[in-house]
Structures are given as C-alpha cells and as structure tokens.
Design a protein around this ligand. Structure first.
Ligand code: GBH
Length: 463
C-alpha cells in the first residue's frame, strides 16, 4: 500500500520543544517576547524550558528510535544560530547543537527534514520591522544560505517557512501569535508577500549554489483544512468554497505551483472591498516585481500540514470592518456529525485528507504530509484510544489516496513527537506520541498508547 521508501516521521518545532532560551548565547525571538508579556498565552506559559530538548536531545532520540521512524522533522531556531538574525555574529554553540542532532539521526538511519522558520523570528529583526519590512527577504535568504552551507551536506529535505498563512494571519491580523499585531486587512497580506519573496530567494539560492553538490529538495509547508460547500447544490456555497480555498491555501500554493501570482479572486475581492470601505492607498495585496526571481516553480515537492475540515457558505457581506474576513466574505461551519478533539478547532474528519490530497487544483506534485495530529486536553489519558483511532483512520485515508486516487504521497509526519508548547494554548493541549511530564523537572518522556500503535504500524508497512 505504501511505497518502499515512504517516509514515516514525526515532527517538532524549535520554540515548542528546545527551551534553553538564554543558553550559550541564543538570541531572543518574537515568541520569547510575546510569552513574557501577560495575558497572551494560556496560563501565561512560555517556552523558556519547554521539553528542554536543548539539553535532553538524547532523550528525544530514544523516542524517535522507539517509534522506528525513518524521518524526523525538526526546526532550527534562527536566533540560536544567529543571535541578532544576521551573519555578523554566529553562535558556534548553536551550530554544534544542530550538528549533533543531525549526526545522531543519520547514525541511527533516520533522515532529518529541517524547517528553517517555524514562527520564531529573531527579536532583533522584529525591531527592524520584521516580516512587514521588504528587507526581510534577503535577510532570510542569507540565513538560509548559512544553513545550507552548514548542514546541507547531510540534510536533504528542507522546509523554508512553516505555514506562512498562520504567521501572517494569527501574528499580524488576529494578534494571537507573536508578534501580536492587529492590523486587519493590511499587514497580513504584506507579511505573506514577504514570506513568499523570502522563500523564493532561498529556493533559488539552493537551486543555483547548493543543489548541484547537495542534491536535496526544498519546499515550504502550507497548512490547509479540507473545505467543501455547506450545500453542494448551492452555487453561492460552491463559489464561497472556491474563494475560501483561494484565500487560504491558494494564497501561497497558487503563486508557487500554478501561476507565479495570487489567485485572481483574491485580488478582485480585496480591491472591491477596498473601494467599499473607501480605502484609497496602494493595493493591500502587493504585486510581485518582475525584477526579482520568479515565485513560480520554487518548490520541489508539496509539503502539507493537514488537521481538519470545514463546510463553507457565503457570509452575505455581513462583516462591516476592513479585514481579511470581510475581503473573503465566507463563513466556515462544522458538520454536527464530526467529533471534536481536545482543541475546539480540530474536528476529526479523516477522509478530508484523502479529498484534499486528491484535489488536483495545484497540479500533481509529489506530496509530503509534514504535519497531522490530534490534541488531548484536561485529564491525562495514557491509553489515548481516540488518538489511536484518529491515526489509524487518517493513515488508511492516505493509503487510499495512493492506491485508489493515484496521488504521489511520499511521506507522513505525525504532529508531534512529544507533548510540547502549543503556542497560544501553552501546555494545555497535548499533541504528543510521547507524554512529557512538565511538573517533573527531569521532564520524563513516556510513550502513549498512540505512540505504541504508530510504531507497530510503521513496522508493519516498512518491513
Ligand atoms: C500547526 O498549525 C503548527 O505548525 C504547529 O506548530 C502546531 O503545534 C500544530 O499545528 C498544532 O496546532 O485557535 O481557533 O484561532 C496548524 C494550523 C492554524 C491550527 C491555526 C489552529 C488556530 C485556530 N493551525 N488554528 S483558532
């Protein structure tokens, strides 16, 4: 059912697991700043210690081996390598840390997939405008080149940026992620634009300078729910669904995989809404410059983070302020038959993944599912039977996508290797295949039932 070289993985991200926020010369990131304020994160939790993977990496490695993973997806903390974000000052202790992680993985026959940016911009760069500033693209490119140089002899799968949609919208429109800005209808489009420019520059650098020797693959990880019309026979709901896809996954996937530019419907709806609100500035959705390297074709595979599904209907222009919501003018609803996981946004709809994988609107590239998982909240259940079911059903939908729909799925990464700092939810939502006891200063990792079952499943398919 799964190809021989299928990647069986689990994923983490630096700020969510590493801790060691001031260890050995690491610079501060926007998530340090955000969490050290009050009232932003559940229980005012922060990632100062997290799973302390900075000191306990070898414990993580044991978990990886216990699961029998063929691949492990981690992210690099930009500010741990380059404390002020630039190559003027390199923190060699940071380089050593990631060298050890990568070398240990390879010695254990586990292939690393490395994300360069998973939400944690160096604070020093935020102070210069962060992702809103056009300069960020070349700063990111320089950081990416540094990483390709340092680790690219051994890392063959790269993700430049994780979920530009989430950084742009949650960080700059809703303000519920760092840097906590709320500039509705304006900043997020600019941030998304600069993220695409940054990604494309890094991809072109890799393609020209590093690929000839290193021969790896580079992409960006895009999150998407499966979206379908509330009433499949209603033309308005169908149009609303297409618009919703265009404004979420399409915002990034359309320029990278299809045309080099934003979806037409994004621009027309944004311009119309600007007019409606008497907004007369430059277009809120920036234009790509012909003088910069092309965006089209800057991904060697499709990296998809999938969690859940939604039904979509038109919002009937009821949003009255200028915002992404009013630009988009759609309403997402849950089907009452869908069970909800621990977190309210995560309805369990495994066949949504097969539908999304089979949706050929962005071409037919090779796909890695770079994240998929299920949250537990409240009382601890080591026998997490719901999560076991979730993984079994979801993975069988991946198998069907491959065998019945002919989709070229290359790998699957569970989110997450272990319980960790779940952004605005702090430590209240547990996504791990291993439980981490945050009340014990040794931070012991203990496998959940779901971890044991995932290990069995990998063994069955991978032998
Ligand atoms: C991923 O995002 C992240 O890459 C990862 O770091 C994270 O730990 C994992 O998901 C689990 O959440 O709170 O109602 O405003 C997944 C995409 C988009 C899902 C934002 C949650 C927030 C909904 N996420 N969404 S809400």
């Amino acid at each position: 059912m799964f190809p021989r070289d299928f990647a069986w993985g689990a994923a983490t991200a630096a700020y969510q697991i590493e801790g060691g926020w001031q260890a050995d010369g690491r610079g501060a990131s926007i998530w340090d700043t955000f969490c050290h304020g009050t009232g932003r994160v559940f229980g005012d939790h922060n990632g100062d210690v997290a799973c302390n993977s900075y000191e306990l990496w070898e414990e993580d490695l044991k978990c990886i081996l216990q699961l029998g993973l063929t691949h492990y997806r981690l992210s690099i903390s930009w500010a741990r390598l380059l404390p002020d974000g630039t190559r003027q000052r390199v923190n060699q202790k940071g380089v050593q840390y990631y060298n050890k992680v990568i070398d240990d993985l390879l010695a254990a026959h586990v292939s690393p997939m490395v994300t360069l940016y998973h939400f944690d911009l160096p604070q020093a760069l935020q102070d210069q405008g962060g992702w809103k500033s056009p300069n960020i693209a070349s700063l990111f490119n320089s950081y990416a080149q540094f990483c390709f140089e340092a680790f690219g002899d051994r890392v063959k799968l790269w993700i430049t940026i994780n979920e530009p949609y989430v950084c742009a919208k949650l960080g700059h429109e809703d303000g519920i992620h760092a840097p906590g800005l709320t500039e509705p209808g304006i900043a997020a489009y600019l941030v998304g634009h600069n993220m695409l420019r940054a990604h494309a520059l890094a991809w072109h650098s890799y393609d020209k300078i590093f690929r000839p020797k290193q021969n790896g693959l580079v992409s960006l990880a895009l999150n998407s729910d499966w979206l379908e019309p509330l009433d499949p026979d209603c033309a308005e709901d169908i149009a609303a669904t297409q618009r919703d896809i265009a404004f979420t996954l399409g915002w990034f996937a359309w320029p990278v995989f299809v045309t080099g530019d934003y979806p037409e419907v994004m621009r027309t709806f944004i311009e119309a809404n600007s007019q409606k609100h008497g907004y007369t500035g430059e277009s809120r959705l920036p234009f790509f410059s012909k003088d910069e390297p092309a965006i089209l074709g800057t991904a060697d595979f499709f990296a998809l983070n999938f969690y859940t599904s939604r039904k979509v209907t038109s919002a009937g222009a009821r949003f009255d302020k200028l915002s992404m919501k009013s630009d988009q003018n759609v309403q997402e609803v849950l089907d009452p038959s869908w069970p909800i996981s621990g977190v309210s946004w995560l309805a369990v709809v495994p066949d949504g993944l097969r539908k999304l994988l089979s949706y050929k609107n962005f071409g037919d590239p090779a796909i890695y599912i770079t994240e998929n998982g299920f949250a537990q909240v409240g009382s601890l259940q080591m026998e997490d039977v719901q999560r076991v079911e979730f993984y079994k059903q979801t993975i069988s939908e991946v198998a069907r996508a491959i065998t019945e729909n002919g989709v070229n799925v290359r790998g699957y990464f569970a989110w997450s290797l272990m319980d960790n700092f779940e952004w605005a939810d702090g430590y209240s939502a547990r996504f791990g295949l291993f439980h981490v006891d945050f009340s014990d200063e040794k931070l012991p990792r203990t496998i959940y039932r779901s971890g044991k079952e995932y290990a069995k499943l990998i063994k069955r398919y991978n032998s």
